[in-house]
Ligand binder design. Structure first.
Ligand code: TYM
Length: 329
């Protein structure tokens, strides 16, 4: 039986975080055997915000290296960079023309960004349509993401369904999937907000590239509460976040983690969670540093991945152009 197609991506606006790992990359490496998988560094999406060009370039290499270090295998999966396959931007335009202004205006990530910043780009508004193009170019069946991206997957489904109804069966309708534990990892200093690449305070975030001492230091400073009990509940967002991270690292349930910490204090919870993270990230970091030093190899991976992706994307875009009435040769 033909395997289903899995597609997902990260945006190189910053260094990858523990949230990106638990919410997405960890799942990808576990799922890659069972799907025909495509993993992308969505560099065009990064241009929707103001980003230093050298930093962007470094982030692109570093994210490809991180994919490889976590075991994504270019022999089994397609690993590439979005801007190397021009069909993404082209299908993005068709998606813009298939989406209503009103529905794009309802995207919460856009509304949040608009509320926070004065100067936002049109690209930020049309971001979900480019993301829909990413997914739909490859007849994707499943999109493993963190919970913050689910609304984008939903609008992608709506656009694809509308396109199919108007022009006839063209796109597979993808399904978003989130991990059972860790679909939204929160900040260490502010556990009411998502741990994000572009946070205001470095101590709120664990970066995959942080060294062991930094990881331990950041966890020791994590905000908890004064209830003095280790329980997963709404009243205890800091403690619940640490329990979630611990469970994800140890591959156990939250209930099992609560049991392990019965009778323990918050100091214990913080240091043992830090150690669990170090145990997972530390061996990967060595591989990651070696890969990052070999830019030629990373470029070879990107070029080979782009060639495979382009072959699929070209076929799909040609079909779409025909359906909407453009003249193709
Ligand atoms: P990005 O780069 O913000 O995040 C990459 C993946 O990590 C997940 N994630 C989290 N999961 C749990 N807790 C967190 N704190 C956390 N922070 C991030 C995200 O949900 C995501 O799965 N728009 C996408 C990139 C993209 C994409 C795509 C994804 C572009 N095209 C097509 C899927 C399919 C983004 O900004 O991801």
């Amino acid at each position: 039986m033909q395997k289903e197609i899995l597609y997902s991506a990260t945006k190189p606006t910053g260094k990858l975080t523990l949230g990106n790992y638990i919410g997405a990359i960890k799942n990808w490496s576990e799922m890659q055997e069972n799907y025909n998988s495509i993993f992308c560094v969505a560099d065009l999406h990064s241009l929707t915000i103001n980003i230093d060009r050298q930093e962007l370039k470094d982030n692109i290499y570093s994210q490809i290296a991180t994919f490889l270090a976590f075991g994504l295998d270019p022999e089994k999966s397609i690993i590439y960079c979005q801007s190397h396959v021009k069909e993404h931007a082209e299908l993005g335009w068709i998606m813009n023309c298939t989406t209503y202004f009103g529905e794009a205006s309802r995207m919460t990530q856009f509304k949040d960004a608009k509320a926070k910043n004065k100067n936002i780009s049109v690209g930020l508004f049309t971001y979900p349509m480019l993301m829909a193009a990413d997914i739909l170019l490859y007849d994707t069946n499943v999109v493993p993401v963190g919970i913050d991206q689910m609304q984008h997957v939903e609008i992608c489904r709506d656009i694809a369904t509308r396109f199919n109804a108007k022009y006839g069966e063209t796109f597979a309708i993808p399904k978003g999937i989130v991990p059972k534990t860790g679909a939204k990892i929160m900040g260490l200093l502010d556990p009411t907000k998502k741990m994000a690449k572009s946070g205001d305070n470095d101590n709120d975030v664990i970066y995959i590239e942080d060294d062991n001492e930094t990881i331990m230091r950041k966890f020791k400073r994590a905000v908890t509460d004064s209830l003095n009990r280790i329980k997963y509940c709404d009243e205890q967002p800091g403690v619940s976040n640490l329990l979630t991270i611990y469970s994800a690292m140890k591959k156990i349930t939250i209930e099992q983690a609560e049991k392990e910490f019965e009778g323990c204090g918050y100091g214990d919870l913080k240091t043992r969670t830090a150690q669990a993270v170090i145990d997972v990230l530390s061996p990967v970091r060595e591989k990651l540093n070696a890969l990052k030093a070999d830019k030629k190899y990373l470029e070879k991976i990107m070029a080979e991945g782009a060639e495979k992706a382009r072959y699929l994307a070209k076929k799909k875009l040609n079909k779409v152009y025909k359906k909407v009435g453009l003249v193709t040769f």
